[in-house]
Write a protein that binds this ligand. Structure first.
Ligand code: KIV
Ligand code: ZN
Length: 521
């Protein structure tokens, strides 16, 4: 896929593949579909939907995204193995614009310790992988994993061979986040100068952030001629993460005079997309995170505020509304109607269907009964809640906690989808502990609590609290988020979401096993 505009940089989003690989970030299929839809609205050119051969769940998610997401090209990752490539193609082939992305490590360290393969074997395997992929799909990307630590001459040899074999995009990864901008610039220049067929493919860059330079390294590659950037929302990804989409896109836009290129991203969707990914993955956005952090456009010092009042360009290089930050001090309340609520949801950058809106409006009304004033943070939280509500068998009917010094008694009433109700009281050292134990007793499901965080989603004494719980169950990590004006109820909701996720995962695994027994009796 060669772009007709030489100054257009393609944005390849890998939130659903490399991003999902980060610990605690695994997502369910409906969550992945929701993110894919948001990425399409954001205007990314390519969505890497997953690694189909990794598991049945990954395959199904890639297949659903390929069938249901319109606009961007949909890519799936595969090793240079016939079986991996066939599985990836089976998942992707229903997409309007599919891409097969094959990879093989090329550095001396990986050749010796991971693959135990000599240089000629690497070239043969890479070429064969690309040819298999190209027989299936016109659009094939090849990544020499750990390219930044590969000998430049050998890297050039591999790149030239895979372009001859049919690769249409060559992605150069800094897999371990080791390179620095000047060095990476030279790698791209070297490939441009020493690979005679390099113009037959788009050059792409894929950086990890181990030394905090993923964005700077990606921009250096663009200066040297890369025309595709691989990145993730909020920079989530393996270890320290990947190049952050919102940062690299806003750097290109804000410093157009430096880079002289552009992307097709609708930047006003950056903030809502970032909030959506944070809320689904449970990865909080640091307050001081560039572009989308809570403080990114806040001015505290008197001198700065004075300058801002005179002219915002004194201390602001971007306008908050350009990244979709349209927060106001506008307050909604119980007398606000459907129209005012719908307008605010839209102004905050969220696209919701009529059914989703109706559900949200009901929650808005019941929240407005409890809380006098509803701020933008409350409205965002309602939208996120509707989008992340994990379907599952359990529903919270009541939660009551009595605390005395050093002790708390929690009573929980839950309803199961099959109709039965469970009510249990448990005493423990603290209220959150008691609520979790009562839910465990009611649902007969035990999980080890790894993390419990609470934050306020808006302002005022009656602000809502958001509880975030991460647990470990049978070696897998599960997250739950709960929001309420009462933080103990928020914790109960977050833990119940975790239980529902575990039950849903178990149920679909059982159904898959039954289907496979029926298919292979
Ligand atoms: O970091 C990396 O090398 C990768 C490749 C599979 C592209 O994620
Ligand atoms: Zn990576």
């Amino acid at each position: 896929m060669i772009t007709p505009d030489p100054n257009r940089v393609l944005i390849f989003d890998t939130t659903l593949r490399d991003g999902e690989q980060s610990p605690g970030c695994s997502m369910t299929q409906p969550e992945k579909l929701r993110i894919a839809r948001a990425l399409a609205e954001l205007g990314v050119d390519i969505i890497e939907a997953g690694f189909p051969a990794a598991s049945r769940g990954d395959w199904e998610a890639v297949n659903a995204i390929a069938r249901e997401t319109h606009g961007p090209r949909i890519a799936g990752l595969a090793r240079c193995h016939r079986d991996d490539i066939n599985k990836a193609w089976a998942a992707l082939k229903d997409a309007a614009k599919p891409r097969l992305h094959v990879f093989l490590a090329t550095s001396a360290i990986h050749r010796q310790y991971k693959l135990n393969m000599a240089k000629d074997e690497i070239i043969r395997t890479a070429v064969e992988g690309v040819k298999i992929a190209r027989d299936l799909c016109d659009d094939v990307e090849f990544s020499p994993e750990d390219a930044s630590r590969t000998e430049p001459e050998f890297l050039a040899e591999v790149v030239s061979a895979v372009i001859d074999a049919g690769a249409t995009t060559i992605n150069v990864p800094d897999t371990v986040g080791y390179t620095v901008p000047e060095e990476f610039y030279e790698v791209f220049r070297y490939l441009k100068q020493h690979v005679s067929n390099i113009d037959k493919a788009i050059l792409s860059v894929h950086c990890h952030d181990d030394l905090g330079m993923a964005v700077a390294n990606s921009l250096a590659a663009v200066r040297a001629g890369a025309r595709q950037i691989e990145c993730t929302i909020n920079g989530i990804g393996e270890r320290a993460g990947n190049c952050s989409l919102e940062e690299v896109v806003m750097a290109i836009k804000t410093r157009e005079n430096q880079f002289k290129v552009h992307t097709g991203i609708h930047t006003t969707k950056l903030y809502p997309t970032s909030r959506l990914v944070s809320s689904i993955t449970g990865m909080a956005i640091p307050r001081n995170k560039a572009i989308v952090g809570e403080n990114a456009f806040a001015h505290e010092s008197g001198i700065h505020q004075h300058g801002m009042l005179r002219n915002s360009s004194t201390y602001e290089i971007m306008r908050p509304q350009d990244v979709g930050l349209t927060r106001t001090s506008l307050v909604l309340g119980k007398h606000s109607g459907r129209h005012a609520f719908r307008e605010r949801v839209k102004e905050l950058g969220f696209e919701v269907s009529d059914a989703e809106f109706n559900q949200m409006f009901e929650k808005f009304k019941s929240l407005a009964d409890k809380k006098k004033e509803l701020f933008d943070g409350d409205i965002e939280a309602l939208v996120m809640q509707a989008e992340t509500d994990a379907p599952g068998p359990w529903q919270l009917l009541e939660v009551n906690v009595n605390t005395t010094p050093g002790e708390a008694q929690a009573t929980i009433k839950l309803q199961h989808a099959e109709g039965r109700t469970e009510q249990h009281s448990v005493t423990a050292a603290g209220p959150v502990d008691a609520v979790i134990k009562a839910i465990e007793t009611a649902t007969q499901l035990k999980a080890a609590l790894c993390k419990f965080e609470v934050r306020s989603v808006s302002i005022g004494e009656d602000a809502q609290g958001e509880a975030l719980i991460t647990v470990d169950h049978n070696g897998r990590s599960y997250r739950g988020v709960g929001i309420s004006t009462d933080i103990i109820e928020a914790a109960a909701r977050a833990f119940l979401e975790v239980v529902n996720r575990i039950e849903t995962t178990r149920h679909s695994a059982e159904r898959r096993a039954e289907r496979s027994v029926m298919a292979n009796p």
